[in-house]
Design a protein around this ligand. Sequence first.
Ligand code: PMP
Length: 431
Amino acid sequence: MSKSLHQAIQFDQQHIWHPYTSMTDPLPCYHVESAHGCEIKLSTGEHLVDGMSSWWAAIHGYNHPQLNEALHAQADKMSHVMFGGLTHQPAIEMVERLIDLAPEPLDRVFIADSGSVSVEVAIKMALQYWFSIGKPQKNQLLTIRGGYHGDTFAAMSVCDPVNGMHHMFRHALCNQRFVERPAVVFGEQWDPNSLSEIQQTLEQHHADIAAVIVEPVVQGAGGMRFYHPEYLSQLRQLCDEFGVLLIADEIATGFGRTGKLFGCDHAGIVPDIMCVGKALTGGYMTLAATLTHRKVAEAIGQGEGGGALMHGPTFMGNPLACAVASASLALIQQGEWQTQVPQIEKQLNEQLKPLANSPAVNEVRVLGAIGVVELTQPVDVARTQALFVELGVWIRPFGRLMYIMPPYCISSAQLTQLTAAISHYVTTVAN
Ligand code: PMP
């Protein structure tokens, strides 16, 4: 490693926080020079096949010609103008495409600046809806354990309170209601009793509950578990029966990742409020959106306080991000993901499922372009990461979870490199 690269990494270690790490005892970081297609190139020369899509986001791969072109073209016109009192074509076009893709009747859109912020906005929408129609006491949220919705305060309040990453803030968080996670997993036989706890909670407390918030079908950072779509479909009915809004957090599941365009499509339901983010810009920059339908938007609009939705970040509707998102949504509309994702799913099933026979493995789960190997023991992240870099792959495990969600354009050979690396870990390191 050259001296200056070494110095740069040292500087980084001393001065820059990375996600969920300590400043005094940080995990090692690898210095990236560039990324192209499904590969990340390190400044030390290694080419790594990307198994993470930069946390579900880079679905079309890195340095995509159409996304680059959209970004360059927009930068030459304007990078940003305030969204208060001004509007522009990148935002309008992006929202047109989003509405076209989203299930009807979700056609009112708040453009947010990150996934967590879109969850904050979704929660505000739900609370302000009930406030506006004269039911301010409906101000609690109900959710299932094992969930993850982001790191801002309202979002943290609906993350799993025990296994979540935020337990040290629990005394400062709003007190929300939790029920057990759905017991029946995706692909198993449905058990009609699965909703009895959430049904009971809604029966008893619906007068205080504004909304139920869930990640549809896939619980991501809270444990990478896949639950039965029938749970969602019956939850939709219960929300209607008890007059509670349903918020679907599609930030990880949206745009084809689970094999359907949205996670909710597995159950054929439409939420009242839906959050999207991550892959919205194809992983280029931070942008998210909160969608709702006319009923919620109009109630807020006609409500107390002049009817304004009280949120308006500085970089709302950033034209650069909207232009790239529009190009990414255009690729989704072209539909290649519909053949790519099932191919990835088939290969993950073939190459990862056999690992379930290893004593080091608890369970292997595959859905769409997501493959999860749940180990019996936690992974030593630093050591494992170094091993994976040696094997030419970028996979970042957490806890007992070794998981991949590659860009949709990954080749069969590249995907084999990822699964072979996991297999190598399971058979040589974990055993
Ligand atoms: N909800 C879900 C389901 C997520 O996976 C994430 C991101 N990991 C978020 C919300 C928060 O998004 P962001 O990191 O963009 O704030």
